[in-house]
Design a protein around this ligand. Structure first.
Ligand SMILES: NC(=O)c1ccc[n+]([C@@H]2O[C@H](COP(=O)([O-])OP(=O)(O)OC[C@H]3O[C@@H](n4cnc5c(N)ncnc54)[C@H](OP(=O)(O)O)[C@@H]3O)[C@@H](O)[C@H]2O)c1
Length: 244
């Protein structure tokens, strides 16, 4: 199959490209650095030429109030072009529980991205993944100083980017789901606990202070970010990933 992987130079996209090509497909990375800008539509016709499937793994450059406009414009451009080119499956990667955290504008933007895809004329698949292990260092850095890292006790069920990429690649080569597949990591943590495990593994002497108002994930409560019944559970555990 020929698969255009938009955002194919990013953390998930680059791994999806590798998995698909290793399986004998023709996966082509597409992004601003290869000449495709999904915001302006520049390079989009060339990118979709002959594509059976498009995986859109692009990301907004910021997680703030600008993110809804990014996902709206990029999805409008993509769906219009995918319909013209007769693409058989448009796959996007969203976030488990995004609809349950209305206080986070970036999550609202991801729900908007899903809604635009569902309402459009092209066959589609939505993969929802939990937070990536690779995202943990950035999460710590937002609310850290020299001595402490402030984190809320938000419950999360993170997973390895490699497992996310595998789930996306599987969906790319299957029939359009016309729905959503959820994937999550094998263990549930509170974010402050995860911070302590991460700092200890890095021999970082800072202390984690539990602060339920700290950082982006303070907006999520209860089990909003935890996998629901029917989710696929990935194999790689956080401790195993940290030890690599
Ligand atoms: N972080 C999480 O825990 C999490 C959880 C679930 C789902 N997700 C979703 O997973 C997706 C992929 O995330 P990621 O971490 O792999 O992203 P990433 O590493 O930041 O990569 C973003 C990709 O988007 C491309 N891009 C940026 N602007 C573009 C534009 N205007 N047109 C076309 N491509 C553009 C970038 O291209 P260049 O390299 O050329 O700049 C890059 O390839 C995102 O949609 C995100 O919402 C994230």
């Amino acid at each position: 199959m020929k698969i255009a992987v938009i955002g194919g130079t990013g953390l998930i996209g680059s791994q999806v490209v590798k998995i698909l090509n290793a399986a004998g497909h023709e996966a082509v990375p597409q992004s601003p650095s290869t000449g495709l800008d999904l915001l302006t539509g520049q390079g989009l016709d060339e990118a979709l030429e002959g594509a059976d499937v498009v995986a859109n793994l692009s990301n907004s450059p910021t997680f703030d109030e600008a993110s809804p406009a990014f996902f709206r414009t990029t999805m409008d451009n993509l769906i219009g072009a995918a319909a013209e080119h007769g693409v058989g499956n448009v796959v996007i990667l969203s976030i488990v529980g995004a609809d349950l955290v209305p206080g986070l504008v970036y999550y609202r933007a991801k729900v908007l991205q899903e809604d635009i895809l569902k309402a459009g004329p092209v066959p589609y698949s939505i993969v929802r993944a939990t937070q990536f292990f690779e995202f943990m260092d950035a999460t710590l850095s937002w609310t850290a100083d020299d001595k402490t890292v402030r984190l809320p006790a938000t419950r999360i069920q993170p997973m390895a980017a490699a497992d996310v990429a595998k789930a996306v690649a599987d969906v790319c080569v299957g029939p359009p789901l016309q729905g959503t597949r959820c994937v999550a990591g094998p263990d549930v943590f509170t974010l402050d606990e995860l911070g302590r495990i991460t700092l200890a593994a890095h021999h970082d002497p800072r202390t984690v202070v539990t602060d339920d108002s700290a950082g982006m994930f303070a907006a999520a409560s209860g089990d909003a970010l935890i996998a629901k019944e029917g989710a696929e559970i990935a194999k790689t555990s956080y401790r195993e990933w940290l030890a690599r």
